[in-house]
Design a binder for this molecule. Structure first.
Ligand SMILES: [Fe+2]
Ligand SMILES: [Fe+2]
Length: 638
């Protein structure tokens, strides 16, 4: 059978139906006919005597055999002889077309289900990633990137709604960032009013997506316009735009994700006008649905990220306010905690950056650095549990006690003068010769001088300097003297407590007071342990409370050994000692020079109190310079 005769034969079989516009018959090179049905896309192949048609594919085949007995083996939908009735042939072709279109539909449906399954998984994955991201900028970047990916957009930008800088009750729209697959450029943040004049603004005001197939053909009644300035400047051509608002749980719009130019081929780059003509198409309904789903997740994630930032800000503010309050109890150490925090963080960063040496393997991520810095800020928090008079004690005797001693000495002095005058009066009445009166006067003068000398010794011993051996004896000698009070009772020049305070060999504090001051480290731990720091800062109380521990185990509060002291506490110890040495002059203590401070740190290393490698890094990297930066709490190093 020739092709023409088969076509004729088929035409004869199918009659007028073959001439309908929705039928098409195509002669294939092997002599077979391909019949397709325009309405449902079904196809059927009619082979002639089983001739081998290689591109038969999944189409149902009908064989027109010359002799049924000689029909070749094969998976045919139907086998006819050439004299088959036209109506049965037509019915078979119709059934084969129907079967084919059902099969095609099935495949389409399966592909569509697979695609939806993929998109669902993608959306779930995006949701997980979004909720894990706490950094607002990274979150926004991720939202834009994922939205573009879901719809196949060439470019996009993201905006956030924030309080207006002029009026806190009003809002403004801040352009945060943009992405573009075709051109690279640096975008800068800017603000614009929340108004329906712009596409992004309209999405905020209307609280719904704005889908524009072509920004150059925006309907006249639309309130928004397209601003082509950027396109002109960058030689870009925006065409399709989809702006989707990101809304939180209580219906407030937090931002807008704006997608530009959906592409037929998502990986294509738009470089020439032809690329734009060929590739850019309007946003599709499915893509829009997906982006809207993502935007609703993004709204929740943004709300969480904003809350996280706000909580952190409140927390930082509270910590700083608490530290300020504590430091106000002792104005002479004002700013110490802030400086120690700056020094500690800077030294921790230096340790983190080491690629060789003892600390090459130590890495502190941002969370740990924050934990270390906060611990340093709060390291002396326990001073709240130390009596203020002890905290600010500058001399060995408290001022009221010194006043009492002074009043006592005034009394003794006046008593000597009174005694002298009474005796002199008596002697004059008795007619005692001038010579003896002179001896009496002289004795009285000497007694007064002795009192003055005693007072001088006390005043001198009251200073928190290191006492020489001889001075101890003098103070004890003063204390051993007696006088008579108004009741004629013998009383010592110095009470036992006063003598004990004046006999302090170094500094101004008695051993008990020293112990009370030292208790601040234990108080720091017990106070800070009461605060639920959460996972990221769980070690903070220990870091903060171990800043007075020494490598040789002689520190406090626990007498920890070198390998028991956490590294952040060792870092803090260097910062703490350095600041105590270099801080501005105090009434009882001169600030030492940078060189001297570094030398004293070396002595501390030699005594096995602090870590020598840390001191070396502190010196080599001039970590102390951080105090000259703004915000380091008046910590200029001399
Ligand atoms: Fe301390
Ligand atoms: Fe301190």
């Amino acid at each position: 059978m020739t092709r023409t005769s088969l076509e004729e034969w088929l035409k004869d079989c199918l009659g007028r139906r073959l001439e309908k516009a929705d039928w098409a018959v195509v002669a294939l090179p092997g002599g077979a006919l391909q019949i397709s049905h325009g309405t449902d896309g079904g196809e059927v192949l009619i082979e002639e005597d089983g001739s081998n048609v290689s591109d038969a594919g999944d189409r149902p085949s009908i064989l027109i055999a010359t002799n049924l007995d000689d029909a070749p083996e094969g998976d045919f939908f139907e086998v006819f002889t050439r004299d088959a009735r036209s109506d049965s042939l037509f019915r078979s072709i119709s059934n084969a077309l129907l079967m084919h279109s059902l099969r095609v539909d099935g495949v389409d449906r399966e592909q569509s289900l697979r695609r939806r399954d993929y998109e669902l998984k993608e959306i779930i994955e995006i949701g997980k990633s979004l909720s894990a991201q706490k950094n607002v900028d990274s979150l926004l970047s991720m939202i834009l990137e994922k939205s573009r990916h879901l719809i196949g957009a060439d470019a996009g930008s993201i905006y956030v709604v924030e309080a207006s800088s002029d009026d806190n009750d009003k809002t403004q729209l801040r352009f945060k960032l943009s992405q573009n697959d075709s051109i690279h450029y640096e975008s800068r943040e800017f603000v614009m009013p929340v108004s329906a004049d712009s596409i992004a603004g309209a999405a905020v005001v209307m609280k719904r997506s704005i889908d524009i197939p072509d920004v150059h053909n925006i309907p006249k009644e639309a309130p928004y316009k397209f601003d082509s300035t950027w396109d002109e400047r960058m030689a870009y051509r925006t065409c399709s735009v989809l702006a989707v608002p990101m809304i939180n749980q209580v219906g407030e719009v937090l931002g807008v994700v704006q997608l530009i130019n959906k592409k037929r081929n998502p990986s294509a780059r738009l470089l020439s006008p032809g690329d734009f003509d060929r590739e850019v198409i309007p946003m599709d309904a499915r893509g829009k649905d997906l982006v809207e789903t993502l935007a609703s997740q993004a709204g929740v994630a943004m709300e969480n990220a904003f809350l996280y930032v706000e909580i952190k800000r409140i927390f930082d503010g509270f910590v700083r306010a608490s530290v300020h309050t504590i430091e106000q109890r002792d104005p002479t150490t004002s700013g110490h905690s802030f400086r120690v925090a700056s020094l500690t963080r800077a030294l921790a960063e230096v340790v983190h950056n080491q690629s060789d040496g003892k600390y090459a393997d130590v890495k502190f991520d941002d969370e740990i650095l924050k934990e270390i810095e906060t611990a340093a800020l709060l390291h002396d928090f326990g001073k709240v549990g130390v009596r203020e008079e002890v905290l600010v004690k500058a001399k060995k005797l408290y001022p009221p006690n010194l006043k009492i001693v002074r009043a006592r000495f005034d009394f003794i002095r006046r008593s000597i003068e009174n005694d002298h005058l009474q005796r002199r009066l008596m002697m004059i009445e008795e007619g005692t010769p001038e010579q003896e009166l002179a001896i009496l006067d002289h004795g009285s003068q000497r007694a007064l001088s002795e009192i003055d000398e005693c007072w001088r010794i006390i005043s001198s011993a009251n200073e928190p300097t290191i006492l020489a051996e001889g001075d101890f004896k003098k103070v004890e000698e003063v204390a051993s003297r007696n006088y008579f009070d108004l009741n004629g009772k013998r009383q010592p020049y110095l009470e036992a407590e006063e003598l004990k305070a004046l006999l302090v060999a170094k500094g101004s504090l008695t051993p008990e007071e020293l112990e009370e001051i030292r208790s601040h480290a234990a108080h720091t731990i017990s106070f800070l342990k009461k605060i639920p720091w959460g996972k990221s800062m769980k070690n903070l109380p220990l870091f903060a409370g171990a800043h007075h521990e020494k490598l040789n185990g002689s520190g406090y509060p626990y007498g920890l050994k070198e390998d028991e002291i956490p590294l952040p506490a060792k870092i803090m110890a260097v910062a703490d000692i350095f600041d105590a040495l270099t801080a501005a002059d105090r009434p009882y203590k001169k600030a030492v020079s940078l060189e001297r401070a570094l030398q004293i740190l070396d002595f501390e290393v030699k005594d096995n109190h602090i870590d020598g490698d840390l001191v070396q890094l502190f010196r080599d990297n001039e970590v102390y310079r951080v105090l000259n930066e703004p915000g380091a709490a008046e910590g200029k190093i001399k």
